[in-house]
Ligand binder design. Structure first.
Ligand SMILES: NC(=O)c1ccc[n+]([C@@H]2O[C@H](COP(=O)([O-])OP(=O)(O)OC[C@H]3O[C@@H](n4cnc5c(N)ncnc54)[C@H](O)[C@@H]3O)[C@@H](O)[C@H]2O)c1
Length: 353
């Protein structure tokens, strides 16, 4: 098991990555905890590895429903009420066992319960292990938008057991690889292509280390932490456009990590248009996306103007168009992008596809 530390001044915490990391749960729980709740989803409870998740103190298992639609305040309310009913105290511990939905919801419930109760993340999706479970951003969606209510609340530890990924669907693997593609561009001025050739344990550990370093440098999301959103401005717009107003029918079947891969290709081509990088660097982006088995093409019927509207609404944009873009010094936050350049880049992508 590889240990990565998130070096936060007041309270550093470990991210443990590897086969069997789940068996270390009891060791990372504070000795002041006398009771635990394991928050998870019904399907995960049925996986063989679930039985090994043992906090070695009295515990209850609480299920939350599956999917983004359950990542809401009603689920948090149901959860914290169950915490009261099972007698969870403020020195006890919440253990989130699942992907980003579970860690976001359980983390936010822990942040609010008694104004802050310790929690540990057992991340069971690739996306959770390389991204969502690390860094202390917790929260839920509102009908008006994603992740609009939340808190910064750091876990006591994150366990990334590679064995739990054996039950993950191909689609969810691809989703996690979209985030891994992003990490290849986040450090230094040249892409870290060696990341792609590592074993899965080393790959997760390397991504966790990059995220840990960025979070330690900027816990509350100034410009440094914003680089973690590389590829995400267009990705969020695609996800929003996939679910046009009040229809439950998705226009496109695109998962988050798949949208990030498209967002990375878009960001590279926008940076090229703005003269920040050259064609070779765009080709490197394409190479990384393709090597990870992802498709960086826009959906065929995407409407550039509609995507632009969603991007203008992005909460990272302070009323102007802000992107994380590659350049000679590596990726940076760039504000005040001309909408015409965005539309032209989207048009180029449409011509390609
Ligand atoms: N807090 C953050 O910093 C952060 C960062 C990135 C994403 N997120 C959030 O994470 C969420 C997405 O997370 P996700 O992609 O992990 O989705 P998810 O939690 O919905 O998991 C995807 C699916 O995989 C299933 N699953 C989980 N682990 C499994 C396993 N080991 N075997 C079989 N099936 C398993 C889940 O039940 C679910 O059906 C989004 O809501 C996003 O906003 C948060």
């Amino acid at each position: 098991v590889i240990e990565v530390t998130v070096e936060l001044n007041e309270r550093p915490y470990p991210v443990l990555v590897g086969s069997g990391a789940r068996f270390g749960l009891a060791d990372v729980i504070s000795s002041s905890a006398q009771r635990a709740v394991l928050v998870t989803q019904p399907d995960l409870r049925r996986c063989d590895w679930f039985a090994d998740i043992d906090p070695k103190i009295a515990f209850d298992v609480i299920e939350i429903p599956e999917g983004e639609a359950a990542k809401n305040l009603a689920t948090v309310e149901a959860l914290v009420r169950r915490f009261v009913q099972v007698g969870l105290g403020r020195h006890d511990v919440v253990v989130a066992v699942g992907g980003g939905i579970v860690t976001d919801v359980a983390g936010f419930a822990a942040a609010s319960y008694h104004r802050g109760t310790p929690y540990v993340n057992v991340a069971t999706t690739l996306l959770g292990q390389v991204d969502a479970a690390i860094g202390g951003k917790t929260g839920v969606n509102l009908p008006e938008g994603k992740n609009l209510v939340g808190a910064f609340w750091q876990p006591d530890a994150v366990l990334c057991d590679i064995d739990t990924l054996e039950t993950l669907s191909d689609r969810e693997w691809a989703c996690g690889r979209g985030e891994i593609a992003k990490y290849a561009f986040l450090v230094g001025s040249t892409p870290e292509l060696s990341l792609l050739d590592l074993s899965i344990t080393e790959q997760v550990a390397r991504c966790a280390a990059i995220k840990a370093e960025v979070v330690a440098a900027d816990e509350r999301e100034g410009d440094r932490r914003m680089i973690l959103n590389y590829g995400h401005t267009l990705a969020h717009a695609i996800e929003a456009a996939a679910f046009p107003d009040d229809t439950s029918q998705a226009r496109w079947d695109i998962r988050h990590g798949e949208a990030v891969a498209i967002g990375l290709m878009f960001a590279a081509q926008l940076a090229r248009r703005l003269g920040r990088i050259d064609d070779d660097r765009v080709a490197l982006h394409r190479g990384v996306v393709e090597k990870l088995g992802l498709n960086g093409e826009l959906p065929a019927d995407a409407d550039a103007q509609e995507l632009l509207t969603y991007m203008t609404r992005d909460k990272k944009a302070h009323h102007d168009l802000t992107f994380v873009l590659d350049g000679s010094d590596g990726v940076q936050v760039v504000r005040g992008i001309d909408p015409a350049d965005v539309l032209a880049t989207l048009a180029d992508m449409e011509d390609r596809s």
